[in-house]
Design a protein around this ligand. Structure first.
Ligand code: VGL
Ligand code: ZN
Length: 204
């Protein structure tokens, strides 16, 4: 890891008013046995559950995004896209993992819902940005799947919208279609001003 993506730089962090936790795409199709299984994807769930506990304990909101494609979405191989069929709205593969302990008042954001448009960012074509603004959010803490697609593109948009961004290094995994994609995504997020944190540096 290059210095900029080294977690924490010795800094501690804690949850404050104005913070949101953005849990990205913890859906069966991205997990082991799924149609677009991400290596190590399941490993982020226990970490995310601990982040969730921390945000709930501080009364701060949790948002969960889901890839939510129509059948025949343009991103599928059959349509000339890059991916196997995955996360088709309403199917079991698109459901959140039952191991993920989302609070009852979680706000769910569905993305990439239009047939002819790929949308890796959770902000693209959704109400996420306006909802976070309306809720007075200043800092976005993002974890989940996948580092090199949804997390990267969501971080880009969050930074462009003026949010501070913290990437949960111990709760993300990459698809790595090309080896090193995840690492390069982390470097790009660092260039954009995102900071990298882990549970280890949570203030006691
Ligand atoms: C994603 C691959 C295909 C993502 C979505 O949300 O990261 N990756 N579709
Ligand atoms: Zn997708």
């Amino acid at each position: 890891m290059s210095p900029a993506t080294e977690p924490n730089n010795g800094e501690r962090w804690h949850v404050e008013p104005g913070d949101v936790l953005l849990v990205t795409d913890i859906q069966y199709d991205f997990l082991s046995g799924g149609r677009l299984a991400v290596a190590g994807g399941d490993e982020v769930i226990p970490a995310l559950n601990r982040y969730i506990d921390e945000f709930v304990a501080h009364g701060q909101p949790v948002y969960a995004t889901r890839d939510w494609h129509p059948a025949g979405h343009c991103s599928f191989h059959e349509q000339g896209g890059s991916w196997p069929v995955h996360c088709v709205a309403g199917t079991s593969g698109a459901e959140f993992s039952s191991s993920l302990k989302l609070p009852p008042d979680t706000t769910v954001i569905s993305k990439a819902t239009l047939q002819d448009q790929e949308a890796y960012s959770s902000f693209q074509g959704t109400e996420l940005g306006s909802r976070l603004r309306a809720a007075g959010i200043r800092r976005v803490f993002i974890g989940g799947l996948t580092t090199d697609y949804c997390v990267l593109n969501s971080v880009k948009d969050a930074r462009a919208l003026g949010f501070e961004v913290f990437v949960l290094t111990d709760a993300i995994r990459a698809v790595d279609v090309r080896p090193g994609d995840g690492k390069r995504a982390e470097e790009e997020m660092a260039r954009l001003g995102a900071r990298f944190i882990t549970l280890d540096s949570l203030s006691p």
